[in-house]
Design a protein around this ligand. Sequence first.
Ligand code: SAM
Length: 328
Amino acid sequence: MIDPFGRRVNYLRVSVTDRCDLRCVYCMAEDMTFLPKGDILSLEELERLCGAFVRKGVRKIRLTGGEPLVRRNVMSLIGGLGALVRDGALDELTLTTNGTQLSRHAEGLVAAGVRRINVSLDTLDARKFAGITRWGRLEQVLDGILAARQAGLAVKINTVALKGVNEDEYDRLVEWCGVHGFDLCLIETMPMGEIEGGRTDQYLPLSRVRARLQERWTLADSDYTTGGPARYATVAETGRRIGFITPLTHNFCESCNRVRVTCTGTLYMCLGQEDAVDLRAPLRSSEGDQGLDAAIDAAIARKPRGHDFVIDRDARPAVPRHMSVTGG
Ligand code: SAM
């Protein structure tokens, strides 16, 4: 699949549920309204949808949400997609998780063919963690992360940089990741969906964070890529990588290779734009995939050049949907 700007689309991110067991303050409002069940694709439908993308050249699938591991029976979908990795039809199946359910699922993930996961963790301080996630227990997540490592999964920690919240913790996170053998990725907060409080109060440009990190750590730029938007450096003192995802200070759209499908089968061609194509109707209207294939082709032909996130005091969110809809 080649888009109008000549970019090859070979990476699909699939939000398998809009529900989550946490309520991170920058991601969701506390009183979110979730989708009715009938709107949501069954696990079989999600697998069929992924299969259509794989036939069209997708080589990497990332499951996300909401929280992917809270969807009932999600391991059956993961097993089905893992078989595509074993057959060589897919290079990688991975997921982004908040880690709360990892203790019970880590071994199953490995057995299904998952090799690498991203775990979102914004702080190592239990009180702050409870504050950021509204409902979360840090210990449960740390146990999950260690279970994942024990099971043999490579773990990358994703941390959203939040001004005045975790900005005093990045040195500690670099060190902790070094001790445990995890890569770390810092992310700028993006203006998606209405939340309580303002985005400008939380936004911290990573250019500033990196400059501060360099006072303590030796960072050497690296060509390493996982096919996602992060730019990496190696931390000489720990030997681990640190990634920076900078949608605001440095727009990374020129190399965008991905599209995102929600749990209702809505395909978003850009995280930061509203244009979308419904794949549920063609998926449900026929057992054959002709209509579905045509809808996917039409969508790729509409992939926009990029997002234009801006955070300023009076601005509305760049897109009205929350990150939990498209999955980040
Ligand atoms: N529940 C899973 C998790 O916690 O990783 C997957 C979904 S969550 C929406 C995916 C990632 O998006 C998390 O790392 C989260 O911190 C990040 N995220 C959510 N809202 C964001 C925002 N407004 N700006 C930047 N990152 C955001």
